[in-house]
Write a protein that binds this ligand. Structure first.
Ligand SMILES: NC(=O)c1ccc[n+]([C@@H]2O[C@H](COP(=O)([O-])OP(=O)(O)OC[C@H]3O[C@@H](n4cnc5c(N)ncnc54)[C@H](OP(=O)(O)O)[C@@H]3O)[C@@H](O)[C@H]2O)c1
Length: 289
């Protein structure tokens, strides 16, 4: 297979963002404020426990305090709300991560609604989605913000260009559309969102200058869905055990001018944005005091 597309790795983007976060954390600490990124995990899912460990290690490397609470798998909704209320009231906790998913008997959305929106490190609280919709400052959803940063870092012009997003999910496609239509040099695009209600969606993706796959359907994007020379960003993935199955078929690299790698594209930028949200929350809380 002849590869023609330039690769767009996420690691250099994440490294640049994390270097900036580390400097901002150091500046806060120099003023006597240790930014606090708290986590809560419910249950014994190995993958979730692993994700939390990675985040805690990175938080401590960056200079954050990272208090953690681990609730048992049979914890009640009140137990979870109690942990969140404690973090809301703690002035040394500036940002909170509720590890998703929670066990099936718990209501994640209801729990998220009780979190102080200014401490919402994932940028997924409905108030923060509303802030994004109207252009008010607030924590941004991490994967959409990571995609904007990835495009900017690799100097892919977005403003004025035709972007098509495949998928309108609440964590990715929908907030990404809100982000990339904002009036900002790294956004300001003409965005179209397609989904299962648009059965002839390839008609739209074939005209995209930037195509962003956000469906979570392995191999859904094939070369004949891609405009020759387009930029292709693969954000949607599904896991089969530990094997990652991306939305974008690798052969799209023969048609695209630039494309995210199969592994190490959008993922690393998502994590970096979480820490950027956390340090921003600490800075804003410090300004308020
Ligand atoms: N890389 C990262 O760090 C990262 C972070 C977050 C999410 N993700 C991935 O991004 C993907 C989307 O996440 P999400 O939470 O937004 O998921 P979601 O809520 O399930 O949304 C998936 C979207 O894709 C659309 N879709 C599914 N099958 C389709 C088809 N055959 N034709 C056209 N549209 C189709 C759905 O359309 P309908 O609305 O019509 O059902 C829906 O809008 C997932 O794979 C997730 O793992 C990756």
């Amino acid at each position: 297979m002849s590869r023609t597309a330039r690769l767009l790795p996420g690691k250099p983007v994440a490294d640049a963002v994390l270097a900036e976060v580390a400097q901002r954390v150091a500046a806060l600490r120099a003023r006597g404020v240790t930014p606090g990124l708290a986590t809560v995990l419910v249950g014994d899912d190995d993958a979730s426990a692993g994700y939390i460990r990675i985040k805690q290690r990175q938080a401590s490397d960056l200079g954050f305090a990272s208090p953690h609470q681990h609730l048992p798998a049979d914890a009640t909704q009140d137990d979870l709300l109690g942990v969140i209320a404690g973090y809301n009231a703690d002035p040394e906790v500036h940002a909170v991560l509720i590890q998703y998913p929670v066990p099936g008997h718990l209501d994640y959305d209801a729990a998220l609604l009780t979190l102080d929106p200014d401490k919402d490190v994932d940028g997924m609280h409905p108030l923060n989605m509303g802030r994004l919709a109207v252009g008010m400052p607030g924590p941004l959803p991490c994967t959409p913000a990571g995609i904007e940063a990835l495009l900017a870092h690799h100097e892919i012009p977005v403003a004025g260009r035709e972007v098509v997003i495949l998928g309108r999910g609440a964590t990715l496609g929908r907030p990404l559309a809100m982000l990339l239509t904002q009036k900002r040099p790294t956004a300001n695009a003409a965005v179209t969102v397609v989904h299962t209600g648009v059965t002839d969606w390839p008609r739209y993706t074939r005209r995209a200058e930037i195509l962003i796959a956000a469906a979570g359907v392995p191999g859904i994007v094939q070369p004949d869905h891609v405009r020759p020379g387009a930029v292709v960003i693969g954000a949607g993935v599904r896991y089969s055990g530990r094997r990652l199955l991306p939305d974008v078929d690798e052969s799209c690299a023969e048609v695209a001018s630039a494309i995210t790698p199969r592994v190490g594209g959008v993922g690393p930028t998502t994590l970096a944005m979480l820490f950027r949200n956390a340090v921003t929350a600490a800075e804003r809380a410090t300004e308020r005091t």
